[in-house]
Design a binder for this molecule. Structure first.
Ligand code: MD3
Ligand code: FE
Length: 199
């Protein structure tokens, strides 16, 4: 896709059942919620997290926090299936010993979108971000290092894993409004996991 970005197709096929069962357990313990941005807007994407840190946003700003603000408890632990998949994808892409503390889980229903943004709340920008797509396909928008750089479109489908490191790590990116549809395994939604080394 770009220097530093690697797209792997069908990478979780062998562990799909375990991955989805583990995802269900996380969502049971820490349900999806629509967070509010510091600007006061409710996000169309619903989110939750697993791992020792989770990404949260509220009127106070964005941050990684060990505690789920909705439950007052720590986020669910990162399952071995998640951790191993992320490490295997990173290794395949040339990043050794990838040990993320956080996994942000995004849920898109039809019409949900994510506006163009950079991910820069992580302390270690030398580590890649690994993203895993499940469910309905999405149009991924990939720009440059400046907000106004022109964007390229890529389709992300169930089973796709992308590793974003090097010069791609700070590129602007987003997701176009999700089209209607019904995925045979995941139903009428798209779920994206992003693994992050935050400390
Ligand atoms: C490129 N998520 O959670 S995944 C996010 O599909 C986010 O939910 C989108 O952007 C989603 O922050 C896009 C692909 C992705 C994730 C992180 C990146 C691409 C990236 C970080 C840097 C560059
Ligand atoms: Fe992002």
């Amino acid at each position: 896709m770009a220097e530093g970005a690697v797209l792997l197709h069908g990478f979780f096929r062998d562990i799909e059942t375990e991955l989805i069962a583990d995802l269900r357990a996380i969502v049971k313990a820490a349900p999806f919620r629509h967070m509010v941005t510091p600007g006061g807007h409710m996000m169309s994407v619903a989110m939750t997290n697993c791992g020792s840190k989770g990404w949260v946003t509220d009127q106070g700003g964005y941050r990684y926090d060990a505690i789920d603000p909705d439950s007052g408890r720590p986020w669910p632990a990162m399952p071995a299936s998640f951790r191993d998949l992320a490490a295997r994808a990173a290794e395949q892409s040339g990043f050794h010993h990838f040990a993320p503390q956080a996994c942000l889980i995004n849920r898109y229903r039809p019409r949900a979108k994510m506006s163009l943004h950079q991910d820069r709340d992580e302390l270690d920008l030398g580590a890649p971000i690994v993203s895993v797509s499940l469910g309905l396909p999405a149009t991924f928008l990939f720009g440059g290092l400046a907000r106004n750089d022109k964007t390229q479109k890529f389709r992300l489908e169930h089973g796709d894993i992308a590793v974003w490191g090097g010069p791609a790590r700070l590129a602007y990116h987003g997701i176009a409004p999700l089209a209607d549809g019904e995925h045979p395994v995941m139903g009428p939604q798209r779920i994206n996991l992003t693994f992050r080394k935050v400390q």
